[in-house]
Design a protein around this ligand. Structure first.
Ligand SMILES: [Zn+2]
Length: 474
C-alpha cells in the first residue's frame, strides 16, 4: 500500500480507519464522505468463495435436484442476488476483482501467473487497517502468496490445502477455517475461505453419488485436455455424467460449507458475522462448444451465486436487478466501517455499495455490468495455445447482452429474458440495440486495456511445471 499523501486526506491510512471503526457507530463524521455510522459496526466478516460454481447449477437458482442444500439454506436466510456476474471467467482476475472492486484490466491480473500489484488496495488491507484480524484459508495456488493475494491478511494466510487439480481439499479447508474461528480474539475477524473442489478434474464422491448408473467410457478424474480432445464426440449421457460428477463435487463442498456454518453457530458467532458467499466463475459443459472455463463470457461462466446474510439486520430477500462481483468489497466496507466508500472520489472502486439494498430493501441502481477476459496459455504448441486464447469483453444492460470478440472484432447479441442460455445471436436483427451497446462497450474498452506484456512470459520452469501438474498446460 502506498503511503497517504497530504493532498489525499481520505486515503484509508491505518490510524484513521482504526479510529473510524470504533467511533463511526456513535459519532457522525464530516468531510471525505465518511459521515455515515456503520450499520454493522464491528461485525465479523466471513467471505466464502467457491471455485467454479455456476449459479445455474444451484437449487436456490432454480436447478432441479440441485446439489447444494446448505448453500440453498444460506440463500433463504439472507439476501440472494439472482443475477450477479463475475468480472472474468476464471480464477485469478475474478478473485482479484472481488478483493479490489476493480476490473481485471485495471488491477492488472489478466493472465496466468500475473501478480496482484502492491499498488492495489484489497478488502483485507482495508479491514486490517481498520483493526480487523484478517485471515485467509485458500486451496488454489493461483490465488496464493506467490501472486500477491496474501496482501492484508496479517492474521494468517493458510495455503496448506493447496493441491493439484486431482486433489480433494474441502474438508481440510473447513478444518483450517474452523481453527481460525475457534482462535478468534477480541478484534473483529475477517475470514476469507476459498473452496476448490468443483473445479475440474471432476472426481466421484460416493456419499453424493449421481453417476453410478453411467455405462459409458469416461471415468472420474480425467484430465481436462483429454476431455477437450474428444469433446466433439461426447454423447448426451457422457455430458450428463460429467455434470453429475461436477454436482457430486458441489454437494461435497456444500456439506463442508455447512460444517463451517454450523461451527460458526455453535461458537455463538453467527449473529455477529456478516456471511458473504459467491463464486469466481462457473463452468461450461458444451453449451457453446467448449468444456471448462477461461474461454468465453457466456452466463454459464460469469453468472455466479451471491448471498449475503446477517441475522436480525438483513432481512431475507431476493434481488433481481443485476449486480457485479465488483460490488462485494464496497458493500462489506460500508456495512462494517460505515464509510460512504463507494461515493468517495479518491477511491478507485468500480463497483457500488449494495448497503441500502441489504438494509433497506432498495433496488440496486440500474447500470451496465461488464466482464472481460484476456487469456493466453504461456506456453505449449501453437495450435493448443491458439485454441485456448480468449480476448473478449461483454456488457449486460437490461435484458440484452453484447459480447465482443476483440481479436476478430465481431459481436454477438443475446436477449437474456427470452434466451437465457444464449443460444440465438440476434445481432443482425436488432441493429439499433446492437449499436447502443457497442458504443457502451467501446467506451469501456477505451478505458480498460489489458497490459500487452501480461502473458506469463516470465514464468519460471518451476511455475510452468506447476501449471502442467494442475492441468492448465499439457
Ligand atoms: Zn476458479
Amino acid at each position: 500500500m502506498r503511503p497517504p499523501t497530504r493532498k489525499d486526506p481520505c486515503r484509508p491510512h491505518r490510524r484513521a480507519l482504526r479510529l473510524a471503526l470504533f467511533i463511526a457507530a456513535a459519532v457522525p463524521m464530516t468531510g471525505c464522505g465518511v459521515e455515515d455510522p456503520a450499520p454493522l459496526a464491528g461485525a465479523n466478516v466471513l467471505l466464502i468463495t467457491v471455485d467454479t460454481l455456476g449459479a445455474k447449477h444451484l437449487g436456490a437458482w432454480g436447478a432441479p435436484d440441485g446439489p447444494s442444500p446448505r448453500i440453498d439454506r444460506l440463500a433463504a436466510e439472507g439476501v440472494r442476488f439472482e443475477t450477479s456476474r463475475s468480472t472474468a471467467p476464471w480464477t485469478q482476475p475474478s478473485v482479484a476483482s472481488i478483493f479490489t472492486s476493480r476490473m481485471p484490466s485495471r488491477h492488472g491480473v489478466t493472465n496466468l501467473l500475473d501478480s496482484l500489484p502492491g499498488r492495489e488496495q484489497t478488502l483485507a488491507e482495508h479491514l486490517t487497517a481498520a483493526g480487523y484480524s484478517s485471515h485467509a484459508v485458500i486451496s488454489h495456488f493461483l490465488i496464493g502468496s506467490e501472486f500477491g493475494f496474501d496482501a492484508g491478511f496479517d492474521g494468517g494466510f493458510d495455503a496448506s490445502s493447496v493441491a493439484g487439480h486431482d486433489g480433494i481439499t474441502s474438508k481440510n479447508v473447513t478444518d483450517r477455517a474452523i481453527e481460525v474461528l475457534e482462535a478468534k480474539g477480541d478484534a473483529p475477524l475477517f475470514l476469507f475461505v476459498h473452496y476448490f473442489d468443483p473445479h475440474f478434474l471432476y472426481q466421484h464422491h460416493e456419499a453424493y453419488d449421481r453417476t453410478s448408473s453411467y455405462a459409458g467410457n469416461l471415468t472420474p478424474g480425467m484430465p481436462m485436455w483429454q476431455l477437450r480432445d474428444i469433446r466433439s464426440r461426447l454423447t448426451r449421457p457422457d455430458l450428463a455424467y460429467l455434470i453429475g460428477l461436477y454436482h457430486e463435487e458441489i454437494a461435497y463442498t456444500d456439506h463442508e460449507i455447512g460444517r463451517l456454518l454450523d461451527r460458526l453457530d455453535e461458537l455463538g458467532l453467527a449473529e455477529t458475522t456478516l456471511v458473504v458467499l459467491t463464486a469466481d466463475h462457473g463452468e461450461e459443459f458444451m453449451e457453446h462448444g467448449w468444456l471448462g472455463h477461461t474461454k468465453n463470457l457466456f452466463d454459464d461462466l460469469v453468472h455466479v451465486p451471491l448471498i449475503v446474510r446477517y441475522p436480525g439486520r438483513i432481512s431475507p430477500a431476493v434481488v433481481q436487478r443485476p449486480v457485479s462481483s465488483l460490488d462485494i468489497t464496497p458493500t462489506i466496507l460500508e456495512l462494517v466501517l460505515g464509510h460512504r466508500i463507494a461515493q468517495d472520489p479518491t477511491r478507485p472502486f468500480e463497483g457500488l455499495s449494495l448497503r441500502r439494498t441489504l438494509l433497506a430493501g432498495e433496488e440496486p441502481p440500474a447500470r451496465p455490468i461488464y466482464a472481460e477476459v484476456s487469456f493466453d496459455a504461456p506456453t505449449g504448441d501453437a495450435e493448443r495455445v491458439a485454441e485456448k486464447r480468449a480476448f473478449l469483453s461483454c456488457v449486460v444492460r437490461g435484458n440484452h447482452k453484447l459480447i465482443h470478440d476483440r481479436e476478430r472484432d465481431t459481436f454477438a447479441l443475446y436477449r437474456l429474458d427470452r434466451d437465457p442460455a444464449e443460444q440465438r445471436d440476434i445481432w443482425p436483427k436488432h441493429p439499433a440495440v446492437a449499436e447502443e451497446l457497442e458504443a457502451l462497450l467501446r467506451a469501456f474498452e477505451a478505458t480498460h486495456t489489458p497490459d500487452p506484456d501480461s502473458h506469463g512470459n516470465g514464468a519460471s520452469e518451476e511455475e510452468l511445471e506447476r501449471l502442467r501438474a494442475l492441468g492448465y498446460l499439457r
